[in-house]
Design a protein around this ligand. Structure first.
Ligand SMILES: [Zn+2]
Ligand SMILES: [Zn+2]
Length: 340
């Protein structure tokens, strides 16, 4: 049996994930997160007059009870699962980004007439489209995340991410394939329509600035703080900065088991959409005591059965409950209730 295609696919995927500079989990971005978190910890120790030793900083950043927890091992399992199925999952974005983009530009031209090409240097047009597409990505992320928290069927699949009882950068990959499927289609709609709008307004197509095909603004945030959103390093943005940017503490609040924090901070890199739509919770400057993980004592937590298969069973039962319910058996509202 020739194993070489499988082996080359395995190493190809690993290479893309860790070596492509624009990847969501590139070695460079992880190193950047490590340097930033060590600098923050060292500065805090310096202010308290404590000794700064690299060994104690590393032990503080990688405590054994988190690194070797069952939750972190499940994160690792999901990381491999999503890494090697990513190509297939991408195919699940049923809605074509290009078709939506062309359709939106064509509809706007047919409705309002063609726009003359904007008298802008090419780099300005590209910068405008780069920012527009980043905002569209953030809006798509927020919208999918909001629906995943508010629609019980979708929550069954998103709950996998929230069942993590400890947070590490790999928790970012602890997402169910059904969640990814919905997410990619919502992203295709938001980014496709925005691209069409940009093309119409600029009067010509313009391509975004990117690094290994990832929007350069998104890459900036991946290098600066996205990895630390799934960590125990408390870096908190407050005031107006906390209304615009999703600090690591913002997302740690999102994972909190405290009911006051439920369904808050649904954005990715920006808090802007949360602020606009009323789902923002600005974290305190000093560390808040948080516990992570929904239903921590449930059966089969952190296993393939509990985190991959059970959501299909629970989601399927929900759909079956809706389909099997007879309309005539539903109680009719009393007239008074109808008026209320
Ligand atoms: Zn969530
Ligand atoms: Zn998360």
């Amino acid at each position: 049996m020739d194993l070489s295609p499988g082996i080359s696919y395995f190493f190809g995927q690993l290479g893309k994930a860790f070596l492509a500079p624009g990847s969501h989990i590139s070695v460079l971005s992880l190193l950047s997160a490590l340097v930033i978190s060590m600098a923050v910890l060292a500065f805090r120790r310096y202010r308290r007059g404590r000794r700064i030793r690299p060994g104690s900083l590393l032990r503080a950043l990688f405590p054994r009870h988190i690194v070797f927890s069952r939750s972190s091992l499940a994160d690792l399992g999901y990381f491999y699962f999503n890494l090697f199925l990513f190509g297939i999952i991408f195919g699940w974005a049923l809605l074509s980004y290009d078709t939506l983009s062309r359709g939106a530009a064509g509809l706007l031209t047919a409705t309002f007439g063609a726009m003359p090409p904007a008298p802008l240097p090419a780099f300005v047009s590209r910068a405008i489209i780069t920012v527009m597409l980043f905002l569209a990505y953030e809006l798509g992320y927020w919208l999918n995340h909001y629906l995943s928290h508010r629609i019980p069927f979708l929550w069954e699949f998103h709950k996998v991410h929230h069942s993590a009882t400890s947070l590490t950068p790999l928790t970012n990959f602890r997402v169910h394939p059904v969640y990814m499927c919905v997410f990619l289609n919502i992203l295709a709609i938001c980014i496709g329509l925005t691209s069409g709008l940009g093309e119409y307004l600029l009067g010509q197509p313009a391509s975004q600035y990117g690094l290994s095909e990832t929007n350069i603004v998104l890459v900036f945030f991946i290098y600066v703080y996205v990895h630390l959103q799934h960590s125990q390093v408390w870096i908190s943005f407050t005031g107006w900065v906390g209304r615009v940017f999703m600090s690591p503490a913002h997302h740690q609040i999102h994972h909190s088991r405290n009911p006051a924090h439920f369904n808050k901070n649904l954005g990715s890199c920006l808090a802007l959409w949360d602020w606009m739509f009323g789902t923002l919770y600005i974290p305190a400057a000093e560390r808040e005591a948080l516990e992570f993980g929904v239903e921590p004592d449930r059966e089969h937590a952190h296993t393939i059965r509990g985190e991959l298969i059970a959501p299909f069973v629970r989601g399927g039962a929900m759909i079956w409950g809706l389909v099997a319910r007879r309309p005539e058996s539903a109680p009719l509202p009393a007239p008074e209730q109808e008026r209320a």
